[in-house]
Design a protein around this ligand. Structure first.
Ligand SMILES: Cc1cc2nc3c(=O)[nH]c(=O)nc-3n(C[C@H](O)[C@H](O)[C@H](O)COP(=O)(O)O)c2cc1C
Length: 175
């Protein structure tokens, strides 16, 4: 629970690298996520060093965190494999989202900063990652995660809002 409430988006990092041990722990956390029919239909592309994924940075207006992030993980699904486990073939979005969130939470627990950089379903961002990572058509990128040691401390806000909650059925409310 501490990691959940500590996690926040970090967009500027120091030069201190993310260690291989930390990267493995982040990947372990990712693969501990739930997936539809337990398909585990995900692939992870680990990038080390600042300034990774240059084409994504070029086309994405809010991916500048990658300039200073000392590592990044791109979370993808393999559409070919997905067809076997999932006739609708769209559950991969939730599967990869759950994996992405697990990485963010594990990063917070390790004292690392992280940022979920949205890729899917923006075609320009998807194409950019195809170029950066040589991805074939059947590999679909959902997110890129910037990782590193935060340049400054940041507190996450308490966003609990009881007005967003319905106990039981929907009831119209005055705004
Ligand atoms: C699906 C998704 C896509 C996101 N894409 C980006 C992004 O491309 N660039 C960015 O700077 N932040 C991105 N974010 C981070 C959100 O802006 C951030 O989570 C939100 O402002 C709340 O702040 P917090 O993460 O510090 O709690 C994304 C978050 C999600 C869940």
């Amino acid at each position: 629970m501490e990691a959940i409430f500590k996690r926040c988006s970090v967009r500027k990092y120091t030069e201190e690298p993310v260690t291989d041990k930390e990267l493995e722990q982040l990947l372990r956390a990712a693969m501990a996520a739930p997936s539809a029919k337990n398909s585990q239909n995900w692939l992870y592309f680990v990038q080390k060093g600042q300034g990774s994924l240059p084409t994504l940075q070029e086309v994405h207006p809010n991916a500048f965190a990658l300039q200073t992030a000392t590592a990044a993980i791109v979370v993808c699904a393999d559409k070919k494999k997905g067809v076997q486990t999932d006739p609708l073939n769209d559950w991969w979005i939730q599967d990869c989202s759950a994996a992405t969130e697990n990485i963010l939470l594990q990063a917070a627990d390790l004292g690392l900063g992280s940022l979920w950089i949205g890729v899917w379903p923006d075609p320009k961002r998807v194409m950019a990652l195809r170029k950066d990572l040589d991805l074939p058509e059947h590999i679909l990128p959902l997110s890129a995660i910037a990782l590193g040691h935060p340049a400054k401390e940041k507190e996450n806000a308490d966003r609990f809002d009881p007005s967003k909650v319905f106990y039981g059925k929907y009831q119209a409310r005055e705004d």
